[in-house]
Design a protein around this ligand. Structure first.
Ligand SMILES: [Cu+2]
Length: 130
């Protein structure tokens, strides 16, 4: 009687130990904890594939935009005077844009694309394609 009780207790202990081990192994590892300091240490610059430049007050705003290769820049013409978006080296030209008109251009290759406005050559800006 006592022997049978001891045997049962032994098996119970063995099964319990096995179950505990199984549960421990089956649990997924705790997620890695990243501190805010670590996240700030490796900043990744987010470069858009589409951005907008406003033409207003005889100026391009912003004067410098950055996009990914294959990305598109949209110009929104808000001045009463007509303006153009004209590449300094002839790669693109919007033609005359009147107030309220938009024009867009897709930049396939990385590089720095400087442009100006034909009627107002002092209006200068650039697109950086990465
Ligand atoms: Cu202009």
């Amino acid at each position: 009687m006592l022997q049978a009780y001891e045997k049962g207790f032994f098996i119970f202990t063995l099964v319990s130990a096995f179950l505990l081990m199984f549960v421990t192994l089956a649990c997924p590892p705790a997620p890695a904890v990243t501190t805010p300091a670590e996240e700030e240490a490796t900043p990744e610059e987010v470069i858009s594939t589409e951005t907008t430049v406003t033409i207003e007050g005889f100026a391009f705003n912003p004067r410098e935009v950055k996009i990914k290769a294959g990305g598109t820049v949209i110009w929104q013409q808000k001045d009463s005077a007509p303006h153009t978006v004209t590449s300094d080296d002839g790669k693109f030209d919007s033609g005359s844009l009147n107030q309220g008109e938009n024009w867009s251009f897709t930049f396939e290759k990385p590089g720095i694309y400087e442009y100006h406005c034909r009627p107002h050559p002092w209006m200068k800006a650039k697109v950086i394609v990465e």
